[in-house]
Design a protein around this ligand. Structure first.
Ligand SMILES: [Fe+2]
Length: 190
C-alpha cells in the first residue's frame, strides 16, 4: 500500500476507532465480492484501497456530528454527507497514479442504483463499479454493527432489508452475488 494511504488509515483510526474497524470489515467484504465476480488481482488491490479510504472524509466532520448518538437534524445530515466530498479531496491529493480513480470511488460510495443517493444522484452503471460494491459491503456492515443509535441486526433481517424495500438501491447483479458470498463469509453476522 502507498505509505500515505496507510498513514491516512491510521489517522482515521486515531480520530474514530469505530470507523477504522468498520472500514477494515468493508475491505474484507468488498474483496470477497470482487473475487466472486472475478476481478483481477490488480483490480482487487484498487478495490481494497478504495474500501480502506471510503470514509476517510469523516476526519473532517466535527465530533458533535460524527459521534452524535441519535438522529441528525437536516443541517447535521448535510454536514455528515459532506464526508464523501471531503474524502474525494483528500484522496485526490495523494501523489499516486491511482488517486484519480480512487477519489472518484470515494466520492460516489453513497450513490444508490435508483438515483436516490448522494452527492450526485447517479443512477445504475453511471455509478463506478467499485463504488457499487463498497456500497453493499458498507450497508451490510453498518446494519450488522451495534451503534449508539441502533443495535446490530441479525443476518437474516439484514438480507431481507437489502433485498426487500432497499433492493432498488443496489445493483441487482451485485446484490445477488453478495447474498451468495455473505452466507460463507467470516464477516457474516449471526
Ligand atoms: Fe460513508
Amino acid at each position: 500500500m502507498n505509505p500515505i494511504m496507510k498513514s491516512l488509515s491510521v489517522a482515521l483510526g486515531e480520530r474514530d476507532p469505530e470507523t477504522r474497524l468498520h472500514s477494515d470489515r468493508v475491505i474484507g467484504l468488498s474483496r470477497e465480492l470482487g473475487a466472486h465476480i472475478e476481478l483481477s488481482s490488480a483490480e482487487l488491490e484498487i478495490l481494497g484501497l478504495a474500501a480502506c479510504l471510503h470514509d476517510i472524509g469523516k476526519i473532517g466532520i466535527p465530533d458533535r456530528i460524527l459521534l452524535k448518538p441519535g438522529c441528525f437534524a437536516p443541517d447535521e445530515r448535510e454536514t455528515m454527507r459532506s464526508h464523501a466530498l471531503i474524502g474525494e479531496r483528500i484522496v485526490k491529493s495523494i501523489d499516486d497514479e491511482r488517486s484519480g480513480m480512487l477519489s472518484g470511488i470515494v466520492r460516489h460510495h453513497h450513490e444508490n442504483y435508483d438515483g436516490s443517493g448522494y452527492p450526485d444522484g447517479l443512477r445504475g452503471t453511471d455509478i463506478p463499479l467499485f463504488a457499487r460494491i463498497i456500497s453493499l459491503a458498507d450497508n451490510y456492515d453498518a446494519m450488522a454493527t451495534t451503534r449508539p443509535y441502533h443495535p446490530g441486526r441479525p443476518h437474516r433481517e439484514i438480507i431481507d432489508i437489502l433485498a426487500g424495500s432497499d433492493g432498488e438501491k443496489f445493483d441487482p447483479d451485485l446484490l445477488h452475488a453478495f447474498c451468495h458470498i455473505i452466507e460463507r463469509s467470516p464477516l457474516r453476522t449471526a
